[in-house]
Design a protein. Structure first.
Length: 95
């Protein structure tokens, strides 16, 4: 294998392409707290379409079928914590 790239080693060192962006994580926090797209859009000052796009990309990165599945996967991976869920509720004025 001399002179050839070890693609597996390179892949292991690079950041995960599945990692959630900050915006996707915030939206997932709000989804986990029960917020719907319209409420999230109002809270973040973005359009409902933008919320849905971020949410869809987050679900795809997590290979999730729906909101509860996405939250469970993100928590299992450590990308979403109990503190994040509390923050989602706080942003909505629930905590």
């Amino acid at each position: 294998m001399s002179g050839e790239l070890d693609w597996y080693a390179l892949r292991d060192r690079s950041p995960s392409p599945r990692q959630l962006s900050r915006r996707q994580r915030v939206i997932l926090q709000l989804v986990a707290s029960g917020a719907q797209a319209r409420e999230i859009a109002e809270l973040l000052g973005i359009t409902i379409t933008t919320v849905k796009n971020h949410r869809t990309i987050a679900y795809q990165k997590l290979e999730a079928e729906n909101a509860p599945h996405a939250v469970a996967i993100a928590m299992r991976l450590g990308w979403l914590t109990a503190d994040d869920l509390d923050e989602g509720a706080r942003l909505r004025g629930l905590a």
